[in-house]
Design a protein around this ligand. Structure first.
Ligand SMILES: Nc1nc2c(ncn2[C@@H]2O[C@H](COP(=O)(O)OP(=O)(O)OP(=O)(O)O)[C@@H](O)[C@H]2O)c(=O)[nH]1
Ligand SMILES: [Mg+2]
Length: 369
């Protein structure tokens, strides 16, 4: 390994599977004897991703309250802290799923200012094929409005590497159609197909991303007005709820019930879910056992990707919800779950915030490497 650390950024739209891919990549690197440091990012605080990745045993720094581009100095500070404490050979950073223009606002400035410390890997963008087939109109189905799709497409336009993830969810024929469409639109990108869940196809992508460098290209044009409007169409909600009862209860079932209820409520309001993710853990024991549930579109059922092995009496539930909807609609959906008196365990709110992401204002915007 060279004295420089490798810096890998895996972006892509909300729910594409970035955290799952990052976890698998971190496992792959660890198995090779390399030290890994992870950086998570969000507009709000109390992140499901941080809980999920920390429980997996990797050192994680969280940048909350704004995206990497608007909090570039926090990204550098977080990386330096990880460098001091964990000496990573490889950093893996997950930008917010509604962010674009990362090449000009993060990769190039990192290269320019910290090129002596880091080898910057090609910018990777993960894709959920079910979502992408709808966005590129290969298949019909509910999607987002045009300004949100503007961000989605801009993310792909700047990618050095496009990873079509979740290959286990669609047919080989549709994957090929999607790959051909993306190759036609984004001719400069290397395209991989894989499943972070089953492990299929991960190795060629991992070998590429750990051996190659950021590709030089001219900075793409971004209309920050449209970008800001697109972000503002996405409602953001983060909550911490307390669940307790006198008798022990099944946390996995309670979590799925809450997710179903939120989904139904949002569906009634015509809100398109980008990602509802929730973790439930016993007492104060964050980063121990936890249950995780995810839902990445309305016409799907909430999935339990991790479960609690034992019943619990007192639990803490973190909710991160991103959807194309007014923030109030998201707040009402969560309040509805809390106020439903039929619940056992009883639910109370410890923390609840919902908002629209603010207009992106990058610290740097480099036009070339
Ligand atoms: N079927 C299938 N599901 C996957 C795969 N990879 C990830 N998922 C699921 O997709 C959902 C979203 O995954 P995450 O890794 O949290 O996605 P993300 O891109 O980090 O989401 P945000 O951070 O909210 O933008 C979870 O339910 C994952 O278990 C895959 O290869 N196949
Ligand atoms: Mg994530």
């Amino acid at each position: 390994m060279s004295l420089k650390s490798r810096y890998i950024m895996i972006g892509g739209f909300l729910g594409a599977g970035k955290s799952t891919l990052i976890f698998k990549l971190a496992e792959y690197l660890s198995a090779k004897g390399l030290q890994v440091g992870l950086v998570t990012n969000d507009q709000g605080e109390m992140l499901v991703d941080t809980a999920f990745l920390k429980t997996s045993g990797f050192p994680v720094e969280e940048i909350s309250g704004g995206c990497f581009c608007c909090r570039f100095n926090s990204l550098v500070d977080a990386s330096q802290k990880l460098a001091r404490e964990a000496r990573p050979d490889v950093f893996i950073a997950e930008p917010v799923g509604s962010c674009t223009d990362l090449m000009a606002t993060v990769s190039y400035p990192l290269q320019r200012l910290y090129g002596d410390n880091y080898i910057i890997a090609p910018l990777t963008v993960a894709v959920d094929p079910v979502r992408a087939l709808r966005i590129f109109k290969i298949k019909s189905g509910k999607s987002f409005s045009d300004k949100v799709i503007y961000i989605y497409r801009k993310q792909l336009e700047e990618a050095n590497v496009i990873v079509i993830n979740k290959s286990d969810l669609v047919s080989a024929e549709q994957l090929l159609l999607l790959k051909q469409t993306l190759a036609g639109e984004y001719a400069d990108a290397d395209i991989y197909i894989c499943s972070a869940r089953t492990g299929d196809g991960l190795l060629p992508f991992f070998e590429h991303i750990t051996a190659s460098r950021l590709k030089k290209s001219s900075t793409m044009d971004v209309d920050y007005h449209v970008y800001g409007q697109g972000e503002a169409l996405l409602g953001w909600l983060n909550a911490t709820l307390i669940l307790q009862a006198d008798e022990p209860w099944n946390g996995n079932e309670a979590l799925l019930r809450c997710a179903d209820r939120i989904k139904q409520r949002l569906h009634q309001q015509g809100a398109e879910i980008a990602h509802l993710k929730m973790v439930l853990y016993p007492d104060e024991n964050l980063y121990g056992d936890l249950a995780v549930v995810n839902l990445v579109r309305n016409d799907h059922t909430p999935e339990l990707s991790r479960s609690l092995p034992e019943e619990l009496q007192h639990g803490r539930l973190i909710v991160n919800l991103r959807a194309e909807a007014e923030p109030d609609t998201l707040g009402d959906a969560v309040r509805d779950v809390v106020s439903d008196g039929r619940h056992n365990p009883a639910i109370t709110v410890e923390h609840l915030e919902y908002f629209k992401p603010s207009q992106p204002e990058p610290v740097f915007r480099d036009t070339a490497i």
